[in-house]
Design a protein around this ligand. Structure first.
Ligand code: CXF
Ligand code: ZN
Length: 371
């Protein structure tokens, strides 16, 4: 029915819950009118790729990866703003026509889940990837960037400079953008505000670099690894707290003259830490829990939220329009204000299993694979 591509690709496939990435040659499906084929140049690994390796979101077998960048190989018949040869960063997918999409809030698109979370099956039942025996293979966040070639839709593409270094820009489409947007779109801090960031991964550090740009004057990094806290300080934290050796509540009270922080972000997903991120808030403070976790946060709303008029805010992917956010991050990077390259360590695609375990145990903040 649609355009057959007859294109095969080398992909890192998850076949079994929490199993290793296994390299396989698989086929690309048909190209729908709003879609493009991207020759993937590089892909970051995001913690949520690791979180869904158990098949809890995209059903297995799956090609994960959702921080890809590459070169457009071919465009579908309905693609308007891109052509073969364009350099692109990829982000999440959205329908472009629902009310959320039309009002600049694509991360709450009516079709967000079916486009991004549940494996990328089209409404007509077709898939982006197939095994040689015809078994459909899921993608994740409309990308499946752990593959030499992938199919995505026009809405997931952000055009970047033809001379840009795609290996560096690849990770901008998820974690860093989430940290950035959480501050600029959801918190919108007044100049001179205070913010505490729990966890110094790409999301947390992205939030801290952005808090500095936005004029927050107290930026508190909380983690359990001293070397990461030092990096946080280098990237904008005015105070660092090692929660293994220090009492976080007491230290934050001390730093804020007993008031608490105006804003907090949790990127750890650890129950007590998520709770602490609410408890350190000032009156009218805003906490944003960002981790992809199954853990719960249990608290008494009267004590923690009502008295004090605090807010707990859900923010998906920074509540941004990726086509606006990513170019802004590139500009900030070029101005030296968002030095996210300090988080990156490059790996060969063949070393994806090592790169993923380095991300999970924290030895690498942002692994980027050269595909
Ligand atoms: C996540 C947010 C929750 C659903 C999956 C994707 N964001 C980035 O990794
Ligand atoms: Zn992600």
């Amino acid at each position: 029915q649609y355009e057959a591509l007859n294109l095969e690709t080398k992909a890192a496939v998850i076949n079994h819950p929490t199993g290793d990435y296994q390299f396989e040659i698989i086929n690309l499906g048909e190209l729908h009118p709003d879609e493009v084929v991207v020759k993937v140049v590089a892909s970051g690994i995001c913690q949520s790729d690791e979180g869904v390796r158990d098949g809890s979101m995209a059903p297995l077998p799956a090609v994960l990866g959702h921080e890809g960048a590459g070169i457009i190989e071919k465009v579908g018949s309905g693609v308007k703003d891109f052509k073969a040869g364009d350099q692109v960063v990829m982000s999440f997918g959205y329908c472009t026509v629902c009310e959320s999409c039309r009002t600049g809030q694509p991360s709450t698109c009516d079709h967000y889940n079916e486009l991004n979370i549940t494996g990328g099956e089209h409404q007509d039942g077709t898939h982006r990837f197939y095994k040689k025996d015809g078994t459909p293979v899921s993608n994740f966040l409309n990308q499946g960037s752990f593959s030499a070639y992938t199919i995505t839709s026009e809405a997931s593409l952000i055009k970047v400079d033809p001379n840009a270094d795609l290996r560096k820009l690849a990770p901008l489409g998820c974690g860093l953008m989430t940290g950035f947007g959480t501050v600029t779109s959801a918190m919108k801090p007044e100049t001179g505000s205070s913010i505490a960031v729990f966890g110094t991964g790409a999301v947390g550090l992205g939030a801290m670099m952005t808090a500095k740009i936005e004029g927050c004057s107290t930026i508190i990094a909380v983690d359990i690894v001293d070397s990461r806290l030092e990096l946080a300080r280098e990237l904008g934290a005015t105070h660092i707290i090692n929660s293994k050796t220090e009492n976080v509540q007491e230290r934050i009270a001390e730093i804020t003259n007993g008031k608490g922080v105006n804003y907090s972000v949790d990127t750890t997903g650890v129950s007590q830490v998520m709770l602490a991120s609410v408890q350190v808030l000032s009156k009218n403070g805003v906490a944003v829990p960002l981790a992809v976790t199954k853990n719960t946060m249990e608290f008494n709303p009267l004590g923690e939220l009502v008295l004090g008029a605090r807010k707990l805010l859900g923010v998906n992917l920074g509540n941004v329009v990726p086509q606006l956010a990513v170019p802004k991050l590139v500009d900030y990077y070029n101005q030296g204000k968002f030095p996210f390259d300090k988080l990156i360590k490059y790996y060969k695609f063949e070393d994806i299993n090592r790169a993923a375990s380095d991300a999970v145990n924290g030895t690498t903040i942002k692994p980027v694979m050269i595909i």
